[in-house]
Design a protein around this ligand. Structure first.
Ligand SMILES: [Fe+2]
Length: 171
């Protein structure tokens, strides 16, 4: 009897992300390569289990999907129920975000006198992938649609050790 080995969609994504991180130098080249890798998988319908698609009425929810053994990157699924949003925040590392389902509204900010002021807005639907490279990565993400929004986030940091990728928050 021959065993047929198949690679799960999530494993295929992790392998692609790992290759993108390893073959690039830190900074914009790595962010661009990770964007390309995430773009190839982000709309795959079987990427997440039912549990990993669950939101939480108390606030947007993060499901940690993978951390590289050496902490070089982490992959997280974020689930926003309608109306939920993040605080205004920036990040500890580069960050690549791809929308899996639903619609996410992003507001970007710049600092003036130490306070964030709105610098632009964008709406991202399924398949949209964006890369952020600190500094200048202050934003807030909101699900202002009628359906659950799910996005995949890749961070250049071990979020299991840090708790999250967030550096600073502004309320
Ligand atoms: Fe963020």
């Amino acid at each position: 009897m021959t065993a047929i080995l198949t690679t799960s969609p999530l494993t295929a994504l992790v392998d692609d992300l790992d290759a993108a991180v390893r073959r690039t130098r830190d900074g914009r080249p790595r962010v661009d390569a990770v964007c390309d890798a995430l773009e190839r998988h982000v709309r795959c319908p079987d990427l997440l289990t039912d549990d990993q698609r669950h939101g939480d009425p108390a606030g947007y929810r993060a499901h940690l999907l993978h951390v590289a053994p050496d902490g070089a990157f982490s992959l997280v699924a974020m689930v926003w129920l309608p109306g939920q949003s993040t605080a205004i925040h920036d990040h500890l590392s580069w960050c690549v975000v791809g929308v899996h389902t639903g619609e996410e509204h992003e507001t970007r900010y710049r600092l003036e006198g130490g306070r964030p002021v709105v610098d632009g807005t964008a709406v991202a639907g399924p398949g949209t992938v964006t890369g952020l490279l600190p500094p200048g990565d202050i934003h807030r993400v909101t699900n202002s649609g009628d359906d659950t929004a799910i996005s995949l986030h890749v961070y250049g940091v071990d979020v299991s050790r840090r708790g999250s990728s967030i550096h600073r928050r502004w309320e």
